[in-house]
Design a protein around this ligand. Structure first.
Ligand code: ADP
Length: 235
């Protein structure tokens, strides 16, 4: 059984279709990429999967359940672009606070260690580097011991070194047995990390497959992406 099934998902904002007829399935243990230019509907799609938005049409199943099933709260970890954390909160306080929201949280101190935050526990959010903020947001998504992690634009704003570190982390998360859905607009990220990718453009899936299969017949995945989407090289 797929971990996530999305069939004919549709979501409108006002008169505009942000997502229309989007379908894909994510298998257990894979890193599944949702790739597309800005405005393609990536965030809307994962927000519907994470029950943060109500779709206007279609069907979603996560671990066989309706996205709003309360049982999923502990099974799905979500890292969104904006953490919404208060600047004055320390890393340790944030982790303890989030851990307290779950019945069977992971050991948050051990998790902080795994994510290279062990010596940052007393540091306030406002004083963390960009990479540390990202690692904290991953930790907060994982503290409930989820089986699925949804990571949205995880590496946006990170320098190349911190980005590579973040990629290593995503691989570790998968190696811990967590299925990962990764939203990205970066070709290199999709190519290096993802087992399979759904390419979204203007609210539709325009391609689905392994990065290698998508790149076949083109000089690179980047070339394939440009020919598949309306992107005109603005990224
Ligand atoms: P992506 O994540 O691929 O950048 P989004 O899902 O954020 O795309 O957005 C898809 C489309 O829906 C865009 O045209 C965006 O402007 C629009 N949109 C997103 N959120 C809202 C909202 N809350 N209200 C109105 N329009 C929105």
């Amino acid at each position: 059984m797929p971990v996530i099934e999305v069939n004919d998902l549709r979501k409108r904002y006002g008169g505009t279709d942000a997502v229309r007829d989007v379908s894909f399935a994510v298998e257990a243990g894979e890193i599944f990429g949702i790739l597309g230019p800005n405005g393609a509907g990536k965030t809307t799609t994962v927000e519907c999967v994470a029950a943060l938005r109500v779709p206007d049409g279609g069907e979603i199943r996560v671990l066989g359940r309706h996205p709003r099933d309360p049982a999923l709260r502990a099974l799905v970890g979500v890292q969104l672009q904006e953490s919404g954390l208060q600047d004055k909160l320390t890393v340790g306080e944030a982790l303890a606070l989030y851990a307290g929201c779950y019945r069977e949280p992971t050991d948050w101190r051990a998790l902080a260690g795994e994510l290279g935050l062990a010596d940052r526990l007393r540091v306030r959010y406002a004083n963390l580097s960009g990479g540390q903020k990202q690692r904290l947001s991953i930790a907060l998504a994982l503290v409930g011991n989820p089986r699925v992690a949804i990571l949205d634009e995880l590496t946006t704003g990170l320098d190349p070194h911190a980005r590579r570190d973040a990629w290593g982390l995503v691989r570790s998360i998968r190696d811990w047995g967590v299925t990962v859905v990764l939203v990205t607009h970066l070709m290199e990220e999709a190519e290096r990390l993802c087992d399979r990718v759904a390419v979204l453009d203007r609210g539709e899936v325009v391609a689905l497959g392994t990065p290698a299969a998508l790149a076949a017949g083109h000089d690179s995945l980047d070339d394939a992406f440009i020919s598949l989407t309306t992107r005109s090289g603005e990224e």
